[in-house]
Design a protein around this ligand. Sequence first.
Ligand code: GGG
Length: 363
Amino acid sequence: MQGSDAEGTRKIHSVSYRIALLPGDGVGAEVVAEARKVLGALGAGIEFTELDWGADRWHQTAEMMPADWESILRSHDAGVLGACGHPSVPDHISLWKMILPIRQRLDLWANVRPVRLLEGVPTPLVGRGPTDIDMVFVRENSEGEYSGVGGRVHQGLPEEVGIETSVFTRHAVERVVRHAFGLAETRRGLLTSATKSNASRYGYVLWDEVAAEVAAEHPGVRYERVLVDALAARMVRNPESLDVVVASNLLGDILTDLAAAIQGGMGTAASANVAPEGDAPGLFEPVHGSAPDIAGQGIGNPTGAIWSVALMLEHLGEADAGACVMRALEDICREGPRTRDVGGAAKTAEVGDAVAARVAAAA
Ligand code: GGG
């Protein structure tokens, strides 16, 4: 099923945008509906195409996406993804037939994840507040531990072997580290690169060497190399000591779940899959997965999804519109209504309605 319609009449600047909506699985549909509502409230010329890609489609067709998925996405300015994953589909199929090919084929090589404790959102870190938690994670998004290189032999036999090979290329490490340095230059000027190069011999060692070379090009940024395990502890004990963190695909994935917990929970975290300076459409998604335990109850937190569309607007060059959405979201986090994961009792749609009303009032 695909549908397309234009919402609103006022344009953001003078441009119209074509946005692909990929609600995906589980709670994804519920939070993407709220993100769409908020975009609609901008009164802008946004045309949405809703795509039914995900587990239901896989059950019907044995594919999560249609064969021409790439050209469909490339015909849009950006995409908004809800979540990928359903208990009825093996997890590696959900990811390898949807989100990972999208990131790789469109070469959305930077996964940028802002981590900020918004006022009104409780953190599990005792004695910490919004001024202590303000970081940006840049996760390498095209290779590393998620390259999909490996194989299995002797399947089903006692001697069965599974091999998963991480691939690190100088090209990919250099571009993502350089992007992270660029972000650090616009912020507090600290770049932390996380690897586990003491226990590995090749990939993370190459990463460290490349990062040190790129650091030499950015004398205005303080650069540090930190082992990922020590960094995890530091995020909990001294989050204020971190500014921009760059990490590989797997390490960035894990660290940003920890970061999401610190900023109030998985439902609060946003991300942007982008090809900086490239022309591929970015894909913007909350960090959380499909949350089958709460899916269908209308209680998921739409903050991460709404924040993600603010990132999308900024990426499209609509900084004012993005800031407008972020201000509205911050107001609602501070004043309520809030979903129960952040101490309230509101439904997903009530939070979306409240943010959309603020946006409409300001737009
Ligand atoms: N909205 C993000 C989502 O669906 N996450 C599921 C997941 O496990 N993704 C893996 C990844 O981000 O690499």
